[in-house]
Design a protein around this ligand. Structure first.
Ligand SMILES: [Zn+2]
Length: 132
């Protein structure tokens, strides 16, 4: 799972649609099987699979299914599907949604922590310039 997450992380690190597409194309070529529908022998509703085997291990299923979802997002939006959180201590990835101002943090918690840290830095810079 960890290895699969590290591979997917490269897609979230892409700055432009071209980079995201190139990274996804590499993963689709090297790490996934053919796109197909399966019902697992009639035991589930029909659904798409992109892993090498309908009963592949979880990490392979996770990587293949994530590639499929991210591919659809790049196709739909023509931009990278997400980002890596700008908070240095966090580094979570997140899916960007809709239009509006570009999101830099994974959560309100990270955004607030970084805003407070920036405020403290500017305050201490002011104070040290007052002393000298
Ligand atoms: Zn974060």
């Amino acid at each position: 799972m960890r290895a699969a997450a590290a591979l997917l992380r490269q897609v979230f690190a892409a700055e432009h649609a071209d980079d995201a597409a190139a990274t996804l194309n590499r993963l689709l070529k090297d790490r996934t099987g053919p796109l197909r529908l399966t019902s697992h022998g009639g035991s589930t509703p029909w659904h798409p699979h992109l892993d090498h085997d309908d009963d592949a291990p979880w990490d392979e299923w996770f990587l293949a299914s994530s590639c499929m979802a991210l591919t659809v997002l790049v196709w739909d939006r023509q931009c990278p599907p997400g980002r890596i959180c700008a908070s240095p201590g966090c580094q979570n990835v997140f899916i960007t949604q809709g239009s509006g101002p570009e999101r830099r943090f994974c959560s309100r918690r990270c955004a607030t922590r970084e805003r407070v840290a920036a405020h403290r830095r500017s305050r201490s810079a002011e104070q040290s310039s007052e002393v000298t």
